[in-house]
Design a binder for this molecule. Structure first.
Ligand SMILES: [Zn+2]
Length: 604
């Protein structure tokens, strides 16, 4: 649909912000009449909003097809059995939306489709000759978020593109992954986002290699670190911590263990302030419940003590990955006291009893002479050393990386940024194909599991992310590629025959040239029409007003810069068409250049 008359359009703008809106995209999507809330975390898309979603989806579809992926339609309702086969019926937890049919059989509303697509491929693929294959769909996904918020950004029902690649071996999987990485780079340039791919944790999906595509925005929920020197970028959940020394002069020798009186000291700050211990010579201990997946259901639980240096925060994702646990959560004080006999504020690793494991961050294992709790009220040890005074069961990178920390690649200081996750790509390996029987006969006659990758794009979230990046005091500033209409033609007074006629002429010429145009033929006051055009964010506005028309001209306004130029009527449509084409070309060119750069990089 290229054309629309505003008088016929199902839309209404609001002058007031919705009460529950915390971020710009939520506020503006509601006010501009793109979405309406149906219930918590669930939205209806009105015609203007649905056009945006469809335009994002069309770009995604074009790039997936171009990369050789094939579109399929997979069911939203999925049987519990296949989720039980992979253990994720339990692993997924309360975010999975579950339902029961009239026969008492259990189902899930798909939060993702690894189980369904792998089962499908297992039934169809028998020979290496049928591989590789990459299947994708664009569809509504369901996640029962504990706290839906930010409008469509963290909704319970959202549109996603998900793709799944199947290859004969690991190298094939890596090639499919690289092709998707290029396709994603093209998609996010074409939709006009300022974004970065970052190393990420693969979470509940599994696999080892994973990257997230992050739209950079201060309102983003994800915390990132980026290195401007070498280009390293990572989600802090994943960013590697480089152990830093306690002293510039190098490590000190081990000193004798000493127990001191520390009345009232319960925190690291109190230990540093009250006893003059340098913070890098303190270690804090945290107690976690780690839960593991058992045979087809919840399994054992452990009480785990974890040590990080006093000036660091523990990264729970790293702890969970180290343990191979389903989840980790802080253990309550009374249980820690009961199991270890240690008062919470004076617990420490020396002589600690009652825990299943004691894990330590590299900095604690490598450092010397730490002040730690002595497991008795009002007592701490000075000069505790790993190996001599306590023995961690495991040592690993457990600390949360923060801005200012050294880059793991080049040691330059990392900068902190915030991002909105709009896409994620994973190398899955053979986990799902083994569990669900997606085997094929290889060229040498052996039966082998397919190597898989999976690739998601949040379609509705991409639209919201574009608004987070591009808005001003007047409303949304759409990139041309995903604007609901490229041009709004606004006759100031529709009851003026000359204005109506000129506007109609321009509108028709734009449509004939393939420009998506809306004519605001509503009998509203000019101020209302201009405010609505700015709020909805049409990239170009053509204003047909009395004074300009008297000179034989119209006004053409750029939404982003808000600059207006007066153009003689006979050239107006042509000038607008050229402006629209130029804006479209710029985004396409950005995608081509970025892809060429990736190919050059891959070629070495
Ligand atoms: Zn670096």
């Amino acid at each position: 649909m290229l054309a629309m008359r505003a008088s016929r359009l199902f839309f209404r703008t609001l002058r007031e912000d919705p009460a529950d809106a915390e971020i710009a995209s939520h506020r503006l999507m509601v006010r501009a009449g793109l979405i309406r809330k149906v219930t918590s975390g669930i939205y209806a898309y009105l015609p203007l909003g649905q056009r945006v979603v469809r335009k994002v989806a069309d770009i995604v579809r074009e790039e997936m097809d171009r990369a050789g992926a094939q579109e399929v339609g997979l069911p939203i309702v999925q049987p519990a059995e296949i989720w039980r086969q992979t253990g994720r019926w339990f692993e997924y937890g309360p975010e999975m939306w579950r339902l029961t049919d009239r026969h008492g059989r259990e189902y899930a509303l798909g939060p993702t489709h690894e189980e369904v697509v792998t089962t499908l491929v297992a039934g169809e693929v028998t020979s290496f000759r049928q591989l590789p294959v990459n299947l994708y769909q664009i569809q509504n996904k369901f996640r029962d978020e504990v706290r839906p918020r930010f409008g469509v950004m963290r909704a319970r029902d959202f549109v996603m593109k998900d793709a799944y690649s199947f290859d004969v071996d690991e190298a094939g999987m890596a090639a499919s992954y690289a092709a998707m990485r290029r396709a994603y780079t093209r998609v996010f340039h074409r939709v006009g986002l300022d974004f970065r791919p970052v190393e990420s944790d693969s979470g509940a999906i599994g696999g080892k290699v994973s990257e997230e595509f992050m739209a950079l925005a201060d309102s983003g929920e994800a915390s990132l670190v980026v290195c401007e020197a070498c280009g390293y970028a990572a989600n802090v959940e994943r960013a590697e911590g480089v152990p830093t020394p306690q002293e510039d002069a190098g490590p000190e020798p081990e000193k004798p263990l000493e127990k001191i009186r520390t009345p009232g000291v319960r925190t690291i700050e109190e230990l540093v302030r009250g006893h003059g211990v340098p913070i890098r010579h303190t270690a804090k201990i945290l107690f976690y419940h780690a839960s593991y997946l058992g045979e087809g259901g919840p399994g054992r639980r452990e009480l785990v003590a974890a040590l990080v240096r006093g000036d660091r925060q523990l990264n729970e994702v790293k702890l969970k990955n180290l343990l191979g646990a389903l989840s980790v959560e802080l253990a309550p004080e009374d249980e820690v006291r009961r199991r270890t006999g240690a008062p919470f504020g004076s617990a420490g690793p020396v002589g600690l009893a009652g825990v299943d494991r004691l894990v330590a961050d590299h900095e604690v294992a490598l450092g010397r002479n730490f002040a730690v709790g002595a497991n008795e009220e009002d007592r701490h040890y000075l000069n505790a050393n790993a190996g001599r005074d306590f023995r961690p069961t495991e040592t690993a990178d457990l600390r949360a990386v923060a801005a200012g920390d050294p880059c793991p690649r080049c040691r330059s200081p990392l900068a902190g940024r915030r991002g909105i996750e709009v896409g994620q790509i994973f190398q899955l390996g053979t986990r799902y194909s083994t569990q669900l029987g997606a085997y094929f006969t290889a060229e040498d006659g052996t039966r082998r599991p397919a190597w898989m990758g999976c690739y998601g794009i949040g379609v509705t979230r991409t639209a919201a992310a574009a608004i987070e990046q591009r808005h001003d005091a007047y409303g949304i500033v759409w990139p041309i590629s995903i604007a609901p209409f490229e041009v709004a033609v606004v006759p100031v007074h529709v009851d003026d025959e000359a204005q109506r006629h000129a506007a109609e002429e321009i509108y028709r010429t734009l449509l004939a040239a393939g420009v998506e145009a809306l004519v605001d033929d509503r009998p509203e006051r000019p101020g209302v029409k201009f405010a609505d055009a700015d709020l909805v964010g049409f990239p170009v506005r053509v204003t047909v007003g009395e004074r300009a028309l008297a000179e034989g001209s119209v006004d053409v306004t750029d939404r982003a810069t808000r600059e207006t130029v007066r153009v003689p009527l006979p050239q107006a449509a042509e000038r607008v068409v050229e402006r629209v084409r130029q804006a479209r070309r710029e985004l396409a060119l950005r995608a081509d250049r970025a892809e060429a750069a990736l190919e050059a990089q891959a070629a070495g």
